[in-house]
Design a protein around this ligand. Structure first.
Ligand code: GRF
Length: 191
């Protein structure tokens, strides 16, 4: 039988991946999004959550790193799994311990290449271009104490043409993200 799950989605910005996730799990028989959390009060992703009637919470760095407040919210909402969708802060150890192997992230490149601190947004695609890569893609991985170093769960690739700009590469990678993130979360929960 399928395991039932309540997801918390953490985001810091636009939330285009988060919206794909909200939409995919909206009427799902066993998986739902129970809470959306952000460090950024202005994050567009929070408005997307509200449109889907999903409760939202925001927090400061101090609340996140130096208290169990966020963990308490997750417990109150009976969250079973955490999904990072464009969330820029490192996950503190209290959350990693409370959700072992139950936190997933998406990175817009083929890890272990082009990962690590500071590698986010267009910087990733600029680095791919500068390295003359012929392929790039997405990586879904579990989250541990280090940036972008947890177990790799899934990768998908796309070609990089010599004429591609970083912006064009970003568009191809985003298309892969939107196609695969929701369905791969589902498979991660119910393999
Ligand atoms: C995505 O490229 C994702 O891989 C990275 O952050 C970006 C978030 O984009 N972790 P969006 O906010 O979902 O549009």
């Amino acid at each position: 039988m399928n395991q039932s799950a309540r997801l918390a989605v953490f985001l810091s910005g636009t939330g285009s991946n988060a919206e794909k996730i909200f939409s995919y799990f909206k009427d799902h028989p066993s998986i739902c999004v129970g809470l959306v959390l952000s460090n950024n009060l202005e994050a567009q992703g929070l408005q997307r959550a509200i449109k889907f009637n999903i409760p939202t919470r925001t927090f400061t760095k101090q609340q996140f790193r130096e208290s169990d407040e966020v963990l308490d919210w997750l417990k109150e909402s009976e969250i079973t799994h955490i999904v990072l969708a464009g969330f820029l802060w490192m996950i503190p150890i209290n959350l990693i311990k409370a959700y072992p192997n139950r936190i997933i992230n998406i990175h817009p490149a083929l890890l272990p290449k082009f990962g690590g601190k500071g590698m986010y947004g267009i910087k990733v695609h600029e680095a791919v271009k500068a390295a003359n890569e012929t392929q790039t893609g997405i990586t879904l991985h579990e989250v541990n104490e280090k940036y972008d170093e947890g177990k790799i769960i899934f990768q998908a690739t796309c070609n990089v043409l010599s004429t591609d700009t970083p912006e064009l590469i970003a568009g191809k990678v985003q298309a892969l993200e939107h196609t695969h993130y929701p369905t791969e979360i589902e498979k991660w929960i119910n393999p």
